[in-house]
Design a protein around this ligand. Structure first.
Ligand SMILES: [Mg+2]
Length: 230
C-alpha cells in the first residue's frame, strides 16, 4: 500500500538542535562572550533556543520572513541579557550559518531507519522547510543523501509546509500519489496537519512529548519505533 516515505529533515533526521548547540558553543568561545559579558553558555543557549523556535513558528505561520529571523534571533538573545549590539548579533548570524555545516550529528537511529526502509523497498524523499542552499549540503555532509530519490526545499517554489502547494509540488516531483505516501516529521502543524490535509498518512515524531493526536496518525518518540509501522 505505502510505497513512498517522505521525511522532514531538521530535527527529524538531521539533529539541528545538537548541531546548533555545538556551533553556538564555538562562536561563544570565538568571541569570548563568557568573559566579555559575564554570561554562561548554558543560559545563553537556553534563551537562544526559545527565541529561535518562536521565530521559526512565526515564519511557518507567515507572520515574518527569514530576513527578520536572521536579523533578530541573536540580537534578541543578546538583548535578553542586556547586551544591545546589532553588530555582534550579525557576526553571530553569519558565523552561525558558516560554521553549522562543520557539524553533522544525526538524530539517534536515523541511518539505521533509512537503511531499514531502503531494504524494505520504500522510495525515500526529503521535504524540508529549511533554506534551499543548505538542505542539500546537510544531506551530503551527514552522509544520507544517497538514500533519497528527491530532496526538496520549500524555498524552490517559495511556499512552505503546511501549505497544500508544497506537498503537491513534492509528490509531483517524486511521482507519487498521496494514498501511497506517508510523511514523517516533528512539527505537528507543518508536517502532520499539512500531510493529512493533502491526503497522506502521517507519523508524528514527538520528540518533546507534545502529545498532539489525530485519527490515523501514529506518534513515535524514537525513530526506531517507526520500524513497527512500515
Ligand atoms: Mg523539523
Amino acid at each position: 500500500m505505502i510505497k513512498h516515505v517522505f521525511f522532514d529533515l531538521d530535527n527529524t533526521l538531521w539533529d539541528h538542535r545538537a548541531n546548533a548547540k555545538l556551533t553556538l558553543e564555538q562562536l561563544f568561545d570565538q568571541y569570548t562572550i563568557g568573559q566579555e559579558y559575564s554570561l554562561r553558555f548554558d543560559d545563553f543557549h537556553k534563551e537562544y533556543f526559545t527565541i529561535n523556535e518562536n521565530l521559526w513558528a512565526q515564519i511557518r505561520d507567515g507572520e515574518i520572513d527569514k530576513d527578520h529571523l536572521r536579523k533578530h534571533r541573536f540580537y534578541d538573545t543578546f538583548l535578553f541579557f542586556g547586551v544591545d549590539n546589532m553588530e555582534l548579533a550579525q557576526k553571530f548570524e553569519e558565523g552561525f550559518l558558516d560554521q553549522i555545516i562543520e557539524f553533522n550529528v544525526l538524530v539517534e537511529g536515523a541511518k539505521e531507519l533509512l537503511n531499514y526502509l531502503r531494504t524494505k523497498g520504500y522510495t525515500l524523499h526529503i521535504l524540508s522547510n529549511g533554506f534551499m542552499e543548505v538542505t542539500n549540503r546537510k544531506c551530503i555532509e551527514s552522509g544520507i543523501d544517497t538514500f533519497f530519490t528527491t530532496i526538496i526545499s520549500a524555498d524552490e517554489i517559495n511556499v512552505r509546509k503546511p501549505q497544500r502547494e508544497i506537498f503537491e509540488y513534492a509528490l509531483q516531483r517524486a511521482n507519487a500519489n498521496p494514498s501511497e505516501s506517508v510523511f514523517i516529521g516533528d512539527d505537528w502543524i507543518a508536517d502532520i496537519e499539512g500531510a493529512l490535509a493533502f491526503g497522506m498518512r502521517a507519523v508524528f515524531f514527538d520528540v518533546f512529548n507534545d502529545g498532539f493526536t489525530a485519527p490515523n496518525v501514529n506518534s513515535v518518540h524514537k525513530l526506531a519505533e517507526i520500524r513497527k509501522l512500515l
